[in-house]
Design a protein around this ligand. Structure first.
Ligand code: AHR
Length: 500
């Protein structure tokens, strides 16, 4: 059977939210200090921001950045990080072993967001934090009134509110690793109470509930319970929902190439199951169809094995070509599921589990940089329908339940049409030795002036246990640009181990 792809360019499935190309910065390892902020470096600007990092991230066109954690946020008190620097206290960073000087805080983060042209997304402290602190932070960032925290912001040099739109109700609160871990029952009650108060203070914000994997018992319970309370409030005349988005996290990784590259396939199922929990919560609570359902915010995702690159030592993952292909499948998944996933944040943006590494001398890009760049550049607009026929991979997977639950073809694809009418097709071939000659139909190829082809490929697919991040940089994973004359044949050969 010849592999084939049929692209249905006139069948727009859903609009792609640009926010799926979001980033994430945490006070962890060398992400903030030595990553985006390095005042002693000759590469820094007058604010202490690394200019080379700003330029690189601008290239990725990141529309939104989550901050300040992650696990870090469970003991973070935002007031420590504002005002005169010499007065800011150094605290312990309980999540990642170490100290936190608080030299980089809210105002610095906002300034940095302005420098790269991105929207801030703040995560609230559900560990040692209080609702008061959360409300005060919101007032500091968003209020234009003559009130204490809005005036504190003015005193710290910022007249205009920052208008932070996205706020998360805690991070991984279910986790045994979390300071202030909660049961699902306790979390649902607290999250809704905080959400109600935050929306009273600023109804324009988007509130994001803390979910787990999308398919956990936590997810079905928290969603159903919050929607139950929501339904009650709506029945008493409230018109807008309090919870706008539901966050889930996922990291995939395996030392064996096929298990590694097929890992992100389970994410597609996680997204679908999570969306079903949302639907179910609406159905059992009898909410009318006019009430907007929460959408999915995949606010931490990447290829990461904490055993291989422990968080406590900065999680500096060393990426391979196999990882770059896995990232391609992650991104294809977000494109295919663009109706459900309205935001996704790569964890993280610099040094920590990141495609972008800094050294004293400059920056370097890991193999996973290239799929991110290609998707962010080309895969925008609308998702369009696509039919794929491909031989199937049938070996072990990680997670194991993937097999039998979702298909794992060697080819993985998604397609978009951008606002100018250009059709873009992304295809990953994870086979380690076979090229697949694939018939491509459905796009008017012969009339196309030119089909541009960008291909990520290279050597060293397998992981070398001793490899450092520097070694990964020498892995020769490259982006090759060419064009394809499709006027004679509509068969395109996808090379082994490539993203095209
Ligand atoms: O991104 C690294 C860590 O992974 C985050 O702090 C946490 O939320 C997740 O477990």
């Amino acid at each position: 059977e010849t592999p084939s792809i049929v692209v249905h360019s006139d069948a727009k499935l859903s609009k792609i939210n640009d926010n799926i190309y979001g980033g994430f910065l945490e006070h962890m390892g060398r992400c903030i200090y030595g990553g985006i902020f390095d005042p002693d470096s000759p590469l820094a600007d007058e604010n202490g921001f690394r200019k080379d990092v700003i330029d690189a991230l601008k290239e990725l066109r990141i529309p939104v950045v989550r901050y300040p954690g992650g696990n870090f946020v469970a003991t973070y008190h935002w007031e420590d990080g504002v005002g005169p620097r010499e007065k800011r206290p150094t605290r312990r960073n309980l999540a990642w072993n170490g100290g936190e000087s608080n030299i980089f805080g809210t105002d610095e983060f906002m300034k940095w967001c302005e420098a790269i042209g991105t929207a801030p997304y703040l995560c609230l402290n559900f560990g040692t934090g209080t609702l008061d602190e959360a409300l005060n932070w919101l007032e500091y960032c968003n209020s234009s009134q003559n009130t204490y925290y809005a005036n504190l912001r003015r005193q710290n040099g910022r007249e205009q509110p920052y208008n932070v739109k996205y706020w998360a109700l805690g991070n991984e609160v279910y986790g045994s690793w979390q300071v202030g871990q909660m049961s699902k029952e306790a979390y649902a009650v607290q999250a809704w109470q905080w959400a109600k108060a935050l929306k009273l203070a600023d109804p324009s914000i988007t509130l994001i509930l803390c979910g787990e994997t999308g398919f956990a018992a936590w997810d079905s319970y928290v969603m159903k319970e919050c929607i139950r309370i929501e339904a009650h409030a709506l029945s008493r005349g409230k018109t807008k929902p309090t919870i706008d988005m539901y966050s889930i996290h996922g990291y995939t990784a395996d030392d064996e190439h096929y298990a590694n590259a097929t890992g992100p396939k389970h994410i597609e199922r996680a997204i679908q199951i999570c969306a079903s929990f949302i639907d179910h919560a609406h159905i059992v609570n009898n909410l009318p169809s006019t009430v907007k359902k929460p959408t999915i915010c995949f606010d931490e995702w990447n290829v990461w094995s904490p055993l291989r690159a422990p968080g406590q030592t900065g999680a500096e993952e060393s990426y391979t070509l196999s990882d770059a292909l896995a990232i391609g499948i992650w991104l294809n998944t977000f494109i295919r599921q663009s109706k459900l996933v309205q935001m996704a944040n790569l964890a993280q943006s610099v040094n920590v589990i990141s495609p972008l590494m800094t050294s004293k001398a400059g920056i370097s890009k890991q193999p996973t940089w290239w799929p991110l760049l290609l998707f962010s550049k080309y895969m925008r607009g609308h998702t369009i329908a696509l039919t794929l026929r491909s031989p199937e991979y049938e070996g072990p997977t990680n997670p194991d339940w993937l097999r039998g639950t979702i298909e794992t073809p060697f080819l993985d694809a998604s397609a978009t049409i951008d606002d100018e009418g250009y059709v873009n097709l992304a295809v990953v071939n994870i086979h380690d030795s076979k090229a697949f000659s694939t018939s491509i139909k459905g796009i008017a190829l012969s009339s196309a002036e030119k089909v541009m082809v960008y291909q990520v490929a290279g050597a060293d697919v397998q992981r070398d246990a001793t490899a450092s991040a520097e070694k990964a940089l020498a892995r020769h994973v490259k982006l090759k640009e060419s064009s394809w004359d499709a006027s004679n044949s509509h068969d395109f050969s996808f090379n082994p181990l490539s993203l095209t």
